[in-house]
Design a protein around this ligand. Structure first.
Ligand code: SF4
Length: 66
């Protein structure tokens, strides 16, 4: 399994991640991400990967969880 991790120093609140994976990521009032769900199947893993790739400042990553 993998989990979405936010680098809060790098994140600028662009909000693209939530657009790419709305089932997993919400935005707070300032446009910063709230991880509402972690990916649990292949489909949500692909969504999470799209969010990671969409972030213009590379503030998201997927970490393997055992
Ligand atoms: S796309 Fe990147 S910079 Fe923008 S809110 Fe998401 S994690 Fe932060």
């Amino acid at each position: 399994m993998k989990k979405i991790v936010v680098d809060w120093v790098a994140c600028d609140g662009h909000g693209l991640c939530a657009q790419m994976a709305p089932e997993l990521i919400d935005l707070d009032d300032w446009g910063f991400p709230i991880i509402t769900h972690q990916p649990e199947d292949q489909r949500s893993n692909l969504l999470a990967q799209s969010a990671v790739e969409a972030c213009p400042v590379l503030a998201l990553r997927l970490e393997r969880v055992d």
